[in-house]
Ligand binder design. Structure first.
Ligand SMILES: *[C@@H]1O[C@H](CO)[C@@H](O)[C@H](O)[C@H]1NC(C)=O
Length: 137
């Protein structure tokens, strides 16, 4: 039902993380380097179950956070997302599937260090999400 956008400070995010961690913690991904300044591990994807829709379909909350240690802004963040689909509308400018296993975050726009992109989606199961590519300003 509700799609939300959060572009918030790290401090605010800590709050969200704390609540997510009480829920089923699924994903904290940190993988391979791509570019010199920005690495896949600079972007953390965390998701957890956050209850169900009135029709019983589970709902999941996702936070995509730039944790680059050198204060670099990341952009063109792509996520491996399978056949991502949601019963509730997810704002496509926040997160949308471009192709199988390729979802684009924030319309490819910059995400400064310490800022997060958040949304929720609903489906019978959660989609494992890992970062596939990031670019750096
Ligand atoms: C991080 O980068 C932003 C934008 O470039 C800048 O305004 C800020 O002062 C930087 N912070 C630190 C700790 O370097």
């Amino acid at each position: 039902m509700k799609t939300f956008i959060c572009i918030i400070s790290l401090a605010l995010c800590a709050c969200l993380f704390a609540s997510l961690q009480e829920l089923k913690k699924e994903e904290v991904k940190a993988i391979n380097p791509t570019a010199a300044d920005c690495m896949i591990r600079d972007v953390v994807v965390q998701q957890g179950a956050v209850g169900t829709l009135p029709n019983g379909i589970p709902r999941y909350s996702v936070v995509i956070l730039n944790v680059n240690p050198k204060n670099k802004t990341v952009m063109n963040v792509h996520i491996k997302c399978g056949w991502f689909a949601s019963y509730n509308l997810v704002d496509p400018s926040i997160f949308r599937r471009l192709a199988h296993d390729d979802c684009l975050v924030n319309n490819g726009q910059p995400i400064p260090t310490g800022q997060a992109i958040g949304f929720s989606y609903s489906n019978s199961f959660s989609y494992p999400m890992t970062v596939s590519t990031v670019a750096c300003s």
